[in-house]
Design a protein around this ligand. Structure first.
Ligand code: KG4
Length: 343
């Protein structure tokens, strides 16, 4: 196998994940165990449950990761001490969930006597663009849209980022989840809203496009969520049956219009000729299609991660770790998990 071999762990939210990257930047394994079913009946991620499920899953996920990598690399077995480093997401996210990965990674690196690398989860999402597109290089504008984050980033180079704007309240994925909850469609909201949305008319209901023409690159999603809930309550009070496909399609259109308008503005402001999209909401077909349309009109290259790399995964963490390994940027064992950190 081509060295170095780095195992990365990701446990910032409700996915327990481990991946191994080789010296060429190829993923020898990429294992994700989702806890979604345990959270679904509560309508969202319950932090305490997330921590406990990470503890239950992490040994098995790492064992499987080592086994799969050994097989893919044509090795008889791969042990912790065969690795060149252990990497882990240390921030941002649910701190009780992050702590599980961080403590496990510290223990494993200590026992195997290999270097330890801490990775910023947000930077992982930027590197996720390399998974489906190995020749991707900055400069680029990155639209990061997930359950916990909504931001536009100017990626000037690897390791050189400027946050152009973030949400001032809810994240985009959070808005999908809250609207789905109001419609009684379950959790997570994104996929089910898109399933209904394709059957609806996106022009049926004029939901607000908050801050679309604010002149800056900030977002606001909580007003849109309230507008949808108010509309639903109004229809119910009037005794009208809800047209769920129309509500979903109109909600999606409102979200996507703002995202695309602001991403275009970010491209114009920075002069970047590449747009990347990341995070769980990057799986949304309406968003993907609208970005495609805008980019082809503007003559901008669009890099969309494969669906499997949109949500949280350890492959993207491993790719960051490989660069840190080459730069010999190792962590001492006294670092902590952090709920908040900037790019
Ligand atoms: O990146 P991610 O897996 O983790 C968190 O940041 O939590 O993103 C999860 C989010 C959820 O809010 C989910 O509803 C949303 O991504 N999502 C989608 C779609 N698939 C997942 N949102 C819109 N359309 C989708 N197809």
């Amino acid at each position: 196998a081509s060295r170095p071999l780095i195992l990365a762990i990701e446990s910032s939210c409700d996915e327990t994940a481990a991946a191994i990257v080789d010296g060429e930047g190829a993923l020898a394994s990429d294992v994700v165990a989702s806890q979604i079913d345990f959270h679904a009946r509560f309508g969202g991620v319950v932090p305490e449950i997330a921590s406990r499920k990470h503890i239950e899953a992490i040994c098995g996920v790492c064992d499987e990761c080592l086994e799969v990598a050994a097989k893919n690399l044509g090795m008889k077995s791969l042990r912790w001490r065969d690795l060149s480093a252990v990497a882990v997401t240390y921030a941002p996210g649910l701190v009780g969930a992050l702590v599980v990965g961080v403590a496990f990674a510290k223990g494993a690196a200590w026992a195997a006597d290999v270097p330890l690398i801490g990775v910023n989860h947000l930077e992982g999402h930027l590197y996720a663009n390399r998974i489906g597109c190995p020749d991707f290089t900055p400069p680029a504008v990155v639209s990061l849209v997930s359950g916990g984050n909504t931001m536009l980033v100017h990626m000037k180079g690897w390791g050189d980022y400027e946050t152009l704007g973030t949400t001032i309240d809810d994240a985009v994925g959070e808005a999908f989840d809250k609207v789905a909850k109001a419609l009684g469609l379950g959790y997570p909201g994104g996929p089910v809203i898109s399933r209904y949305g394709v059957k609806g008319d996106p022009r049926a209901i004029a939901f607000p496009r908050a801050m679309m023409h604010s002149g800056d690159l900030r977002f606001s999603l909580s007003g849109l969520k309230t507008a949808v809930v108010t509309y639903i309550n109004g229809e119910r009070e009037a005794g009208r049956e809800l047209n769920v496909p129309d509500i979903c399609a109109s909600f999606e259109a409102a979200v996507v219009d703002v995202q695309v308008t602001k991403a275009k503005r970010a491209l114009d402001m920075t002069g970047a000729r590449t747009l990347c999209v990341g995070g769980g909401v990057a799986a949304n077909p309406v968003l993907r299609a609208s970005y495609e349309k805008m980019c082809s009109k503007a003559g901008v290259r669009l890099v969309l991660p494969p669906l499997s790399a949109c949500g949280d995964n350890a492959g993207m963490i491993a790719l960051v770790a490989l660069d840190r390994f080459r730069q010999k940027k190792f962590f001492s064992f006294d670092f902590d998990a952090k709920a908040h950190v900037n790019l």
